[in-house]
Design a protein around this ligand. Sequence first.
Ligand code: MRU
Length: 365
Amino acid sequence: MKVGDTAYRSIWYDEAAREVRIIDQRWLPHEFRVVALKTTEDFAKAIREMWVRGAPLIGATAAYGMAEAMARDPSNASLDATWDILHATRPTAINLRWALDAMRGLLTPLPESDRAAAAFRKAAAICDEDVEINRMIGVHGLQIIRDIAARKPDGDPVRILTHCNAGWLATVDWGTATSPLYQAHDAGVPVHVFVDETRPRNQGAHLTAWELAGHGVPHDLIVDNAGGHLMQHGLVDLVITGTDRTTAAGDVCNKIGTYLKALAAQDNGVPFYVALPSPTIDWTVRDGLAEIPIEERAPREVTHIQGKLADGRTADVQISPDATPARNPAFDVTPARLVAGLITERGVAAASAEALRSLFPDRAA
Ligand code: MRU
C-alpha cells in the first residue's frame, strides 16, 4: 500500500543494498522508520519486541531470518539453531512455525552450497503468496460487504468494526481483515470503519487508523469498551477481525478483546467474520481454549501507554500507581459458535471442521 506517493510492503529485500528491510512499527503513527535486519538476533528481536507483528508478517520475517542465516552459515546445525531461536520469539501466531517449517523442509535435502539462494527465493515466494492470499480474502470479503450494502438505502455506508491491526502492516500487503475494506472503498462501495484502539499496545489506534487514513477510508477510532454500545444501537453492520491461529474446528485465537466483541456481536445479531489466510490454520489443534499457547507479555505494556508529546517526540507515560501489578495476556480464543464465517483465500467457510476440511482438503490431510 502507499505511504505518501510511495508503494511499500511491510518487509522487502533491497537488491541494491542486499539486505532485508522492514518498517519499524514501534514508532507509528508519528514516525515512519525503515530499518535493515541482518543477524539472526536482529530478526528475533524484531519479532519479539514487535518492530514487526501480525501473524503473516511474523512468518515472512522468520523466513527471511532463515535466509540470512543460510547466507552466513548453511550447515544443518545453523538451520536447526536458527529455527529454534526464531520459533522461540512469540508463541501464539502459528504462521511463525508454518514459515519456519516450510523453509527447513525445503532446505534440508539441498546441498549446503545451494541453500542460501534457495532460501532467499523461498522467503520471497512466501511474501508474494501472502500478498495474493490477502488480495483474494479481499475479493471474497468484498462480496459480504456488497450484500449488506444492497440492503441499505443508497449511499449509506456499511459500518464495519475491526479489532487490533489486521491490516497491511500485519501482513506483507493488503492485510487480512482490511483487505475487504480497501477493496470495497476502491470499488466505490461506501464503508465506515470503527477502529478499536486495542489496549494495551494500541495497534488499532496506532496502526489501523494510520493505514485507513493513508488510504482515505472513512473511520472513527473508538475505545475498546464502545463496541457493545454501538452494536446495541444498530450502528455496526458487520465485524471483521484477523486471527493469529485458527483451529481445525474453527475456533479463532486473536488479539485480546476479540472474544468480547464476538459476544457482543452475537447478542446483537451482528455478523462476526474472521479473515483467515490458510497458513493461519493449525490443523493439529482442535480445542482452541485448551491447546493454543497464549502469550503473556510484559506488565509494562498495561501500566504504561505510548503517545506523542507536545514537542513531537514519541514517549511512554505511566498510567497506574507505582506499586500496582498488572497482567497482560495478549490473545484470547473466540469459540467457533460465535463466528459467522471464515473469509479465506478460497472463499467463505462456516467456522466448523467440516467446512474447513472441504475448502482445504489438500491441507487438512
Ligand atoms: O500482537 P500482534 O500485534 O502481533 O497481534 C496481531 C493480531 O492479533 C492480528 O489481529 C492478527 O495477527 C491477525 S493479522 C493478519
